[in-house]
Design a protein around this ligand. Structure first.
Ligand code: ADP
Ligand code: MG
Length: 595
């Protein structure tokens, strides 16, 4: 077959394949156009999951009648003129290809009236063949009906799923648009029935509770962080669930950048990392995170559907999100059962409860919406992008009414509850935070061993020394290979020696840990390396901590419980298991049949 230049209709149809995959992609493009046009109310109606008919009506600026056919033409947009504009995109659309793509694979009826002039005009297109504009009647704004999607591309049409599945995707598109544009009212109807109806909301927090409903669980936490870079400030707002409301599925996780929903594995990872140690690792948080950044920091033009973006500084964004969510989680007491724990038992001789000291977190019973009101939403969690400062351990306080059971559990009496503490889990968390803050403060005080501690290890495990060596060094551990299957530890953190942790045994265990080795091997992925570091920290904390079965003195118990109130995330051990369980007296009364 000789080489031929394709007809423009065919070119458009091929190009359409990239932008328009299914009814939900049509809905996304049309809703985004309505938002860009300044609509305050957007109605979406679908029939047959959107493939038979999909209509979007808005009350935005409208399209001047002499530009109507241009709106359907290829590469035509009112949102971009120069290539510099690409660096400062503030609209959702800019590629000027959606309407052209949609009209090349369906029947389109486009009616629009600008606000000033009032007269409505309509044009129609059948697979890209555009008719003359005709006067019509209709309110200011734009309405588009897309019928018979892909009826000229049977292969595409076949690839679509059933109506309910396609309708569900359209619903998700409308929910995403609604989440990121709370000041716009949205309505979705499918087969003549109402699916969604969101009135205008004051802010993203109000809209998130409309859209997510119960998925966020009780008393979700607000996130507010800000980072000032060399040139620009970036801001994070969001809502995250409490660890107790995490789920086994990851569906309710949303990230938006400048009003655009994005798919970004690294930022999802950042949110999940913030929950590390607060719940079982397999559980997923529910969250909506809204980022506001200078448009020059993010390239949205890497994906035809604009669902993926490229950051000019990905690790900086990762840190900002991680820190902001972590800060929100740390500012709350997350103890299983109830917020008030061991306060009575911990009251010191002056009757001062360390937990009510001004610096300690208090639990809010306000709803997410309440908490979002400007008076108190952002004050507590300005994230400062600096390394963590070490924290002070409170001096031991006198402990009353504490019982050590089986040399493993500490039972504390409160006025209205009994609290059971897992001594190992709690101490592990205390050690973890202490070692972490020492690393932050460069205060691990590595000690040289007079006689290097040697141990045997398999050659395979010894090979991991190459990748783990630098991580060990950061933690004050100096190790060398002194034979094909022997290591020697020359320096070890004094802190751990003090806790009677055996240097050689510790290093061998780390070298034999496969998941640790594989995380550390991904040496070009800094987040994985940080994870490996955290894993070694976990191991250190575990080794340094008192064990279940260790008899503790009164002083040790007092010190442990007092550290509990001054330690971050003390409600859970570094692996996410609870350190304490609170049983309210009411519950005990109920069990005894007194209530
Ligand atoms: P883009 O959104 O990338 O500019 P589109 O093909 O989606 O490209 O739309 C082309 C143009 O049509 C837009 O730039 C805008 O000027 C106009 N337009 C489309 N939809 C609407 C609408 N709902 N209200 C007002 N103008 C619209
Ligand atoms: Mg568009």
């Amino acid at each position: 077959m000789p080489i031929r230049t394709l007809s423009s209709a065919l070119v458009n149809q091929i190009a359409a394949g990239e932008v328009i995959e299914r009814p939900a992609s049509v809905a996304k493009e049309l809703v985004e156009n309505a938002i860009d046009a300044g609509a305050t109310r957007i109605v979406v109606r679908i029939e047959g999951g959107g493939r038979e008919r999909l209509e979007v009506i808005d009350d935005g600026d409208g399209i001047p009648h002499d530009e109507l056919s241009l709106a359907l033409a290829p590469h035509s947009t009112s949102k971009l003129t120069t290539s510099e504009d690409l660096n400062r995109i503030r609209t959702l659309g800019f590629r000027g290809e959606a309407l052209c793509a949609i009209s090349s694979v369906s029947h389109v009826k486009l009616a629009s009236a600008t606000r000033g002039n009032g007269q409505s005009w309509t044009i129609e297109s059948r697979f890209g063949e555009v008719s003359e504009a005709k006067p019509s009647s209709g309110p200011p704004g734009t309405s588009i009906v897309v019928a018979g999607l892909f009826s000229n591309v049977p292969a595409r049409r076949k690839f679509l799923r059933g109506d309910p599945a396609e309708a569900a995707r359209v619903t998700e598109v409308v929910c995403n648009a609604a989440l990121s544009h709370p000041s716009v009212a949205f309505r979705l109807e499918s087969g003549g029935r109402k699916v969604l109806d969101f009135a205008t909301a004051n802010d993203c927090f109000g809209r998130v509770s409309d859209v997510f409903g119960d998925a966020l669980g009780q008393n979700p936490l607000t996130v507010a962080g800000e980072a000032i870079g060399e040139e620009f400030a970036s801001r994070v707002l969001g809502i995250v669930c409490r660890p107790a409301s995490m789920r086994s599925v990851s569906r309710t996780q949303r990230i938006f950048v400048n009003g655009r929903p994005i798919v970004d594995r690294s930022l999802v990872h950042a949110v999940r990392e913030a929950y590390r140690g607060l719940a079982e690792p397999s559980l997923q948080p529910v969250f909506a995170i809204f980022l506001t950044v200078d448009p020059s920091l993010v390239d949205v033009n890497v994906h035809p559907q604009k669902s993926e973006v490229r950051w000019s500084n990905p690790s900086w964004m990762h840190r900002l999100v991680y820190r902001s969510v972590q800060d929100a989680l740390r500012s709350e007491d997350l103890t299983v059962g109830d917020s008030r724990l061991i306060s009575h038992a911990l009251s010191d001789s002056n009757g001062i409860d360390p937990r009510t000291a001004p610096s300690s977190a208090s639990v809010s019973t306000r709803s997410a919406v309440d908490r979002a009101s400007p008076s108190h939403s952002f004050s507590h969690s300005r994230v400062v992008m600096e390394e963590d400062q070490g924290h002070l351990l409170a001096p031991p306080v006198a402990v009353r009414q504490v019982l050590q059971v089986n040399d493993t559990w500490l039972i504390l009496a409160e006025d209205d509850a009994v609290v059971i503490v897992d001594q190992h889990a709690l101490h592990e968390r205390v050690m973890f935070e202490e070692i972490r803050s020492r690393i932050g403060g460069g205060d691990l005080m590595s000690q040289r061993l007079m006689i290097p501690a040697t141990a045997d290890v398999s050659p395979e495990s010894l090979a991991n020394l190459e990748t783990l060596g630098p991580l060990f060094a950061r933690l004050g551990i100096e190790v060398t290979a002194v034979g094909p299957r022997t290591i020697a530890v020359h320096a070890f953190p004094g802190f751990l020696i003090g806790r009677k942790v055996d240097a050689a045994t510790f290093v061998v265990r780390a070298l034999c840990d496969e998941s640790l080795a594989s995380a550390a091997t991904s040496s070009d992925d800094s987040t994985l390396r940080e994870q490996a570091l955290a894993d070694i920290l976990d191991m250190m904390a575990c080794k340094a901590a008192v064990k279940g079965g260790d008899r503790l003195s009164r002083e040790e118990i007092a010190e442990l419980l007092s550290a509990r109130s001054t330690t971050d995330r003390s409600s859970n051990c570094p692996h996410g298991r609870p350190t304490s369980i609170r049983i309210p007296i009411i519950e005990i009364e109920r069990r005894f049949g007194r209530r």
